[in-house]
Design a protein around this ligand. Sequence first.
Ligand code: DX5
Ligand code: ZN
Length: 232
Amino acid sequence: MSFDRRIRIAPSILSADFADFGAEIRAVEDQGADWVHIDVMDGHFVPNLTFGPQAVSAFRPHVKTLMDVHLMIAPVDPYIAAFADAGADRLTAHVEAGPHIHRTVQAIRDAGMTAGVALNPATPAEAAMHLLDLVDLVLVMTVNPGFGGQSFIDLTDKIATLRAAIGDRPVHIQVDGGITPETAPRVARAGADALVAGSAVFRGGSVDAPEAYGRNIAALRRAAEGATGTMA
Ligand code: DX5
Ligand code: ZN
């Protein structure tokens, strides 16, 4: 059976109400999210601070789909066990976070999670090439990581290069940053199948009015599927 490349929408809870994460996670999942994306930042690899393993562990019981944890931290290796204990399903680490990304990916797998590898905007696709048999996802950052609500950087050539290199391997291409119904078709056409979106999912809604989340998720999915012809 070939790998399921239907579009996945992964809301980033960086744009959720920080006083109500449990309800926000349940709301986006009820409204059609495929995965829940958690942006971990250390104030060192990126100029912002967010969640540690203790927060991720508190999110765990609320996530029924897949807890997709994007680590924007350096170093990574000393924290892998803590995020595994916290219940992360996938840990994605940046190739720029240290000299031994291959060892990091192996350590994530050895800890019982699937591994993703992330590339900053200026990092070439080639940086992921020797990891494609070890990861289940390559994350192409379409903003410089650190904050939600930034403008999309067009890296469709990098996405297309990775898509060709991945071939039949069971590896998702995820994009993160500035993804909207306007930019989604461009990345999907180039080969991205997993779309992270913060502002474009949470805008206009709340836990008391979650239907807007549903409309936003559906609009992203429709825009991406329309570009590739891969309807569910
Ligand atoms: C950026 C984060 C993203 C961010 C996306 O460092 O990795 O996940 O929250 O936010 P939007 O969709 O608002 O660009
Ligand atoms: Zn992210």
